[in-house]
Design a protein around this ligand. Structure first.
Ligand code: GCO
Ligand code: MG
Length: 408
């Protein structure tokens, strides 16, 4: 079998998604998610200009060799743009292979290790009462585990509790991309460290000790601050504290680990196993958080999770809304198959996104299942995708009161 075509499709049914569609001479097609939030078109160019020409004529069954060709063959390695592009190819080839076998992808990854995939959802509130309402809403949707984020007194807009990505405005049907600028949020670490324990106390008081609670610090603390926070919030029994420090500082986690038993999750900005080496070898984290789509695909994620399993570290594949249903499907197949599964982040997508990307995976009573369709189980409606073209968009940024740029 040969690859005869590879198209990069950009669509914005509410937010931007980049999809690679590979077609073979026998009529099989495979999809891969190449979305990199806020830097989408860099991946589009990487694929169209540098990767697609190399794919034409290759045997789609040679997934490992194609992966190595794209990773080692470029000489320049790693980085989010490169690894998002390679991931899209890898996932599309797995989709094709599984379709050729007539099996859902998880069957090729060893088959199901569980009946269903547990998830956590996001609860956000500008203040504590609003957060409690949001937790109630997630529980009513079926979620059994909830990530809690709130506003902080004295700060206008904070991660998790804002209007989100800045998107191009439309005036009289014309997009005015040039005016798009990142939303700037504000930050005060002291206020956060004082406020978060009160938030967790209120949530525990309202919902009792059994509800698994998660919290994302989004890279904002120094190791010393994270160590102090970990100690303070131990009584509230978090399922995990996520990205407590800037993730690329692997050694920083040693200090955090020495001072607190709060479980730690890290890795959504990582692209390769090398970003995890110290963290896994020294057991400095409990959950690996990479997205299949930013980590080079199913092939390296499977290797990473096997490596992590040797240190009793579990999976927690990144699954916010900026991972398309194609990327979500890849994650859910892996979740079902691997032994050291931890939890799957799942925010769902808008109805329109689910129309553009029709998928076999289902969310039911707080659990996901990939379904039984061959391959990933996702079909792209290209006409509907084309009706919702790319919109320039940026992730927010974050500044202290004096104007200093802080980690977002
Ligand atoms: C998460 C993440 C996201 C990221 C987003 C950036 O834990 O889900 O932190 O909310 O901020 O994916 O594009
Ligand atoms: Mg996060």
């Amino acid at each position: 079998m040969k690859i005869v075509d590879a198209q990069v499709i950009v669509t914005s049914p509410g937010r931007n998604f980049v999809t690679l569609k590979i077609t073979t001479d026998e009529g099989f097609t495979g999809l891969g998610d190449a979305t990199l939030n806020g830097r989408e078109l860099a991946v589009v160019s990487y694929l169209r200009d540098h990767v697609v020409p190399l794919l034409i004529g290759l045997d789609p069954h040679r997934i490992e060799d194609t992966w190595q060709t794209l990773y080692r063959g470029a000489y320049w390695r790693r980085g989010p743009v490169t690894m998002a592009a390679i991931a899209a190819v890898d996932v599309a080839l797995w989709d094709i292979k599984a379709k050729v076998c007539g099996q859902p992808l998880y069957q090729l990854l060893g088959g199901a290790s569980r009946e269903r995939v547990r998830t956590y959802g996001h609860a956000n509130g500008r203040d504590i009462p609003e957060l409690l309402d949001s937790v109630r809403a997630r529980l009513a949707e079926g979620y059994k585990s909830v990530r809690v984020q709130t506003g902080i007194p004295g700060l206008e807009t904070v991660y998790g509790v804002h209007s989100g990505t800045a998107i191009a405005e439309t005036v009289d049907g014309q997009r005015i991309d040039a005016r798009v600028r990142p939303v700037v949020e504000d930050w005060d670490t002291g206020a956060y460290l004082r406020h978060l324990p009160k938030v967790l106390e209120a949530v525990r008081h309202e919902f009792g000790p059994d509800l698994p609670l998660l919290h994302d610090a989004h890279h904002r603390l120094t190791p010393q601050q994270a160590a102090r926070l970990g100690k303070t919030i131990e009584p509230y029994d978090l399922f995990w504290l996520e990205d407590c420090t800037p993730a690329e500082d692997q050694q920083g986690l040693r200090l955090v680990r020495q001072h607190t038993t709060v479980p730690l999750a890290i890795g959504e900005v990582f692209n390769t196993v090398f970003d995890y080496q110290t963290l896994i070898d020294e057991r400095l984290i409990d959950y690996v958080r990479s997205a299949v789509t930013h980590f080079g695909g199913v092939t390296p994620m499977h290797k990473l999770l096997t490596y992590a399993a040797g240190r009793q570290i579990k999976s927690a594949i990144h699954g916010p809304e900026d991972i398309s249903p194609v990327g979500m499907a890849a994650a859910i197949h892996l979740d079902l198959a691997i032994h050291n599964f931890g939890i799957q982040e799942y925010s769902g997508h808008t109805a329109l996104t689910n129309e553009v990307f029709r998928h076999s995976y289902v969310f039911d009573d707080g659990y996901l299942h990939p379904g039984s369709a061959p391959g990933l189980g996702v079909e792209l409606d290209e006409e509907l995708a084309a009706a919702h073209p790319y919109q320039q968009a940026y992730l927010p940024m974050n500044r202290l009161h004096d104007g200093t740029l802080h980690d977002w």
